[in-house]
Write a protein that binds this ligand. Sequence first.
Ligand SMILES: *Cc1c(COP(=O)(O)O)cnc(C)c1O
Length: 414
Amino acid sequence: MNPPLSLEACAARDAADPLAGFRSRFTLPAGVIYLDGNSLGAMPAALPARLDSVAQRQWGQDLIRSWNQHGWVDLADRVAEKIARIIGAQPGETMVGDSTSVNLFKVLSAALRLRPGRRRIVSERDNFPTDLYMAQGLIALLGNHHELVLVEPGEWAPYLDDDLAVLMLTQVSYRSGRMHDIRAVTAQAQAAGALTVWDLAHSAGAVPLALASDGADFAVGCGYKYLNGGPGAPAFLYVAQRHQAQFQPALSGWFGHAAPFEFETGYRPAEGIGRTRVGTPPILSLSALEVGVDLMLEAPMPLLREKSLALTELFITLLRLRLGSEAFILVTPEAPEQRGSQVSLAHPQAWPIMQALIARGVIGDFRAPDILRFGFTPLYLSHTDVWHAVDILSQIMASGEWQQERFQARAAVT
Ligand SMILES: *Cc1c(COP(=O)(O)O)cnc(C)c1O
């Protein structure tokens, strides 16, 4: 289908959108076009009532009895099995809890132990820094016998050899929005005898995933982006069934023990994925995350992907139509199979331009040094939103209003 280029055509496309009903299931402020759901997803409208009940009734009234009476003890497993359906995992391959960074440490440390004698972790230079930092810290902890090699995007082929322990990649780049083919890349790494660790922070809930049938070894991902689990929501991890018996937890906490309430002095890992748990699960945050995940599960992924691609293509097309192809450098691949659910534009004045956009109610974000990043969440965005966002961006560029003094100062969180 051709992109709808006029406001009327966008409205017609929205009227026929099978996902349009999801918009009202989120709380979004009037006058805002939210293109930052890839950084912090919007709040599901059902969330305050759920949190209120967990707080007032479960914690407030039933206190510690809630671990059994309200199933707090199984909540992490329950939410994990729901996320498993979103990432295409088999039952018993997914766990939820801790942050993405900590989960990366868990799976990367276990993966290295599965490949003794191999020294290299290969990743991309523009991978999300926390992944690189966690690898650096782990390497130092292990006595610097390993080496982190950073390559340009997609350029890992020279390192596919018997020194490669782990190929550690983010499937959809937080900067460029470029998407890797998990199945093909995993097969390349495995052919060299190595393991893969995939970061799905910008994939889960945004693009179709089939970790189990694609042969993935390990993965981690975020709860507060496309899964709409709330600020700092628990993250998830994936360990393929075939690696679980040999998975030795570096973070051997009591919730990952085979019998936590026996209070033994020695650590014995739980069977299967349970050993990736560490400490007491965050019940309030998990409850919030479950609301977001439940909502996501109501929407068929093929429809989400189709709409996501339609929105990003519309944004790119309208941008060229209104501003020409010189105004910004398009960083995101145009080939749909290589594009996640975001569009990134490079511009030397990216910071003040984004601040001017935010002042006009179009919220995206800035990524140093020069990227304007727009996330397109098909659950709550419309074609009309995209049209207005490009319209406002065109006005800002034409008027030069981004040059105003108030848009120049940098904030702590970008
Ligand atoms: C957002 C993001 C993270 C976040 O990690 P946290 O530990 O949850 O803060 C990690 N990796 C990638 C690729 C991300 O985009």
